[in-house]
Design a protein around this ligand. Structure first.
Ligand code: FAD
Length: 428
């Protein structure tokens, strides 16, 4: 089949790769000049299936309200919220119920476990060389934080995720550069989890899939998707700028099917089809800086449980990432959010990075209120979707892409995908 993929973030890149692997003729269209320039650009890189959970969780409402008034809060709201953001927040509130949370968590974790295996296969089979490190450690600053982890630990055990409960000395033995002056109660170590550079992976998989025949059209905005019984037509506009595909970008692309992997742009494309997808950007930030002294840097990735900041080692760089901000504009940098990243980096790894040379980044997680992404048919003929991966798009990408390719080919995916269908939003 002749298939278009809209979006060249990590989800679009992996989807294009899987479709090409199945023998389809694939064209990817993206508004940016290269792959992984949106939310996939500088994320924390953590691939930890046990920690892939919905943000709509029991107890979260109270935590969020409390956090809004705290210094160095992991959560921020930029008022005024748009009607779409308000509707999203209302839905998120409703999805915090224990039963819904448990079901959504299971769906996401199963997909994440499947995805991790698929990612490893792709790296091995295609010989990709990305900056990565093994193991993931959650840092707990107090006994209270450790107690709050208990219910989550039971779920990890159920899932078969290997997790070690550590005291402070054991945690410091795993990450010897942790600042001895910052009080640490203990940690959780997940030896089978990992951190890897999402953007590098996307760039290398783009090159691999180009060699398989995938065509990449950049600086092309898809304005509208028109579905017909026998195929689809995309109405496009070429955007100016470096690496423009102006010469080759079609004003309209015609083929057999399209997969929408447009991250936070996906909802807009679905609207003319009568689908109102409650998808909003939940903004996050990262700072990436060259390592100044390797002995002072993390070995792999750690997560400060109190401030929800991940600190990752990515080759010769260290990256601190976090913050969840609802509302506000893509280009409005929040100084308090960045201050928190610098604070947590400095708390744990002072002197590790040349922060004067830091690359500062803001990205919009494509977030659905309940947590799980939407993967599969849209119900509109020949229009498919793979989006809404929220805070775990890198960890879920390879598995989700394989699921989509199987569905499109009429095969049953290797895991139960109930609860990931777009139809859950069509019923309302
Ligand atoms: C601070 C931060 C830390 C994170 N840490 C992690 C982590 O540790 N682990 C993890 O798994 N995930 C993490 N994430 C989440 C992860 O980065 C995202 O879930 C993922 O990048 C989403 O990928 P995507 O391909 O759906 O979206 P994007 O990467 O945003 O790609 C969407 C693409 O679609 C294109 N597009 C949109 N509309 C159109 C249109 N109409 N026409 C043409 N092109 C269009 C855009 O140009 C864009 O390139 C983090 C996110 C943030 C912000």
């Amino acid at each position: 089949m002749k298939i278009a993929v809209i979006g060249a973030g990590i989800v679009g890149v992996t989807t294009a790769y899987e479709l090409a692997s199945d023998g389809h003729e694939v064209t990817v269209l993206d508004a940016f000049g290269s792959v992984a320039e949106g939310a996939s650009f500088a994320n924390a890189g953590v691939v930890a299936p046990g920690y892939v959970t919905p943000w709509a969780a029991p107890g979260m409402r109270g935590k969020v309200i409390k956090a809004l008034f705290a210094a160095h809060s992991p959560v921020r709201v930029k008022l005024p919220l748009s009607p779409t953001e308000l509707a999203w927040a209302t839905r998120w509130w409703g999805a915090c119920k224990p039963q819904l949370y448990a079901a959504n968590r299971k769906r996401m974790q199963q997909l994440a476990l499947y995805s991790k295996e698929r990612m490893r296969q792709i790296i091995e089979v295609q010989g990709l060389q990305i900056d990565r490190a093994d193991g993931y450690t959650v840092l707990l600053r107090s006994r209270h934080e450790q107690q709050l982890m208990a219910p989550g630990l039971a779920v990890l055990h159920e899932l078969g995720v290997k997790v070690q409960q550590l005291d402070a000395d054991q945690t410091r033995a795993i990450e010897p550069a942790l600042n001895p002056d910052t009080p640490l109660f203990g940690g959780l170590h997940l030896p089978d989890d990992e951190v890897g550079n999402c953007r590098q992976f996307a760039q290398q998989l783009r090159d691999t899939s180009r060699a398989m025949g995938v065509q990449w059209l950049h600086r092309v905005q898809v304005k509208r998707v028109e579905s017909a019984a026998k195929g689809v037509r995309l109405h496009c506009a070429a955007l100016e700028g470096p690496h423009s595909s102006l010469d080759v970008a079609p004003e309209s692309w015609v083929g057999d099917a399209v997969v929408i992997c447009a991250g936070v742009g996906s909802a807009e494309l679905l609207k003319p089809m009568g689908v109102n997808l409650p998808l909003v950007p939940v903004w996050g930030y990262s700072i990436s800086a060259p390592i100044k002294e390797h002995l002072h840097a993390p070995r792999s990735a750690v997560m400060d449980e109190r401030y929800k900041v991940a600190i990752s080692r990515l080759g010769l760089r260290v990256r601190a990432a976090g913050s969840a901000e609802l509302g506000g504009a893509a280009d409005a940098m929040s100084k308090p959010a960045l201050d928190t990243l610098y604070k947590v980096l400095n708390d744990w790894f002072p002197g590790a990075a040349q922060t004067q040379h830091a690359q500062v980044w803001k990205g919009g997680r494509p977030m659905l209120p309940e947590g799980p992404p939407v993967i599969g048919s849209t119900g509109t003929p020949n229009v498919w979707i793979n989006t809404g991966h929220g805070s775990s798009g890198w960890a879920l990408s390879c598995g989700g892409a394989r699921v989509l390719a199987d569905q499109l080919a009429g095969r049953s995916p290797s895991l139960d995908v109930s609860g990931l269908e777009l139809s859950r939003y069509l019923r309302r």
